[in-house]
Design a protein around this ligand. Structure first.
Ligand SMILES: *[C@@H]1O[C@H](CO)[C@@H](O)[C@H](O)[C@H]1NC(C)=O
Ligand SMILES: *[C@@H]1O[C@H](CO)[C@@H](O)[C@H](O)[C@H]1NC(C)=O
Length: 310
């Protein structure tokens, strides 16, 4: 039995530049081979799967393993009771703490997504991770491990601000993984609430097109130069949040194609013009009043010294 399992388990397909994709008994699971993020920031560990009974509402657990050289432990797990169940939110808003790190479920089991986000990364988080779903229709995990590499912090998280109705460029400067790599896509996710915003994909002629998401977004940086900065037009105060920029790279590692997901954080603050205006007016008028007081005080002082001299 176990030899059959091993034999069938080798039915493993490396889809060029699409990360691992593992098939077994009508189940599939896929994600990038390596996630690269910065110390102090956050990273999404993606995991998508398909189950043998498409369309069926499922319930069950999501479990993430971390594998060290010696053991494997469970930094994250949550139970999902199914769509419409009063406790169905259990997985959706789960945040778990583990040695100071925070793990948050950002997937949606009804949508075959078991992704999590790790916040406040430190270099000890680097390692190998595995996604496992334990559902009422069976359980599944990929044989492949996903590597998380936490790089030393390269500086503070950039903060940009804009005003309502205006536009702003969200910076996304990234260092590609070592070796020869090619950029495939740039995706922006909002952190809270966790939401996909836009995806740009590289075309064979070298240009980039928006394939998914709002038309308020424009890729203005040159990803070839490690710059995936993106402009947001028609800003609204509601857009204030932290965003994650995910740049998907294709490369080769140990003679097999590898899919790398390089992630970066950026913070956006959007102000209402009417919010800024009174403050500006107030400070100007306050400044004028202070100046007038100062002038009066100088005149008084001068008169006083003059009187004393007389
Ligand atoms: C999860 O996915 C299901 C099916 O696609 C969808 O109906 C539901 O709105 C999603 N839930 C959230 C919180 O996005
Ligand atoms: C990245 O690209 C944007 C848009 O072209 C540009 O304004 C910005 O200066 C670039 N950043 C760096 C560090 O080169």
């Amino acid at each position: 039995m176990s030899s059959l399992y091993v034999c069938l388990s080798t039915v493993l397909l490396w889809v060029s530049g699409r990360g691992y994709e593992y098939y077994y008994n009508d189940w599939t699971m896929r994600g990038p081979d390596e996630v690269i993020a910065e110390e102090g920031q956050s990273a999404v560990l993606p995991c998508r799967f398909t189950a043998p009974f498409p369309g069926r509402t499922v319930s069950g657990s999501v479990i993430w393993f971390k594998k060290d050289s010696l053991s494997r432990h469970v930094p994250f797990n949550c139970i999902y009771y199914g769509l419409g169940h009063s406790r169905s939110k259990l997985c959706e808003n789960v945040i778990q703490k583990d040695g100071g790190n925070r793990y948050r479920f950002v997937g949606n089991l009804s949508d075959n997504d078991a992704s999590i986000m790790m916040e406040g990364l430190n270099q000890m988080d680097s390692g190998y991770y595995k996604c496992h779903v334990d559902l009422d229709i069976g359980n599944f995990e990929s044989l492949e491990l996903m590597s998380l590499r936490v790089r030393a912090a390269g500086g503070n998280v950039p903060v940009v601000s804009g005003t309502e109705g205006g536009s702003v460029t969200l910076p996304c400067m990234f260092t590609p993984p070592s070796g020869i790599t090619l950029q495939l896509s740039v995706t922006w996710m909002r952190k809270e609430p966790y939401q996909h915003k836009v995806t740009f994909r590289a075309q064979s002629n070298g240009s980039w097109t928006r394939v998914n998401g709002g038309n308020r977004y424009e890729l203005v940086g040159n990803p070839k130069k490690g710059n995936a900065s993106t402009r947001i037009n028609e800003l609204s105060v509601k857009n204030s949040s932290t965003y994650l920029c995910l740049v998907e790279h294709k490369g080769w590692n140990k003679n097999k194609p590898n899919d790398y997901l390089v992630q970066n954080e950026t913070r956006l603050q959007v102000f209402q013009i009417t919010e800024l205006f009174p403050i500006a007016m107030l400070s100007i008028s306050l400044g004028l009043k202070l100046l007038a007081l100062l002038v009066m005080w100088i005149i008084l002082l001068r008169d006083k010294t003059r009187k004393e001299q007389e």
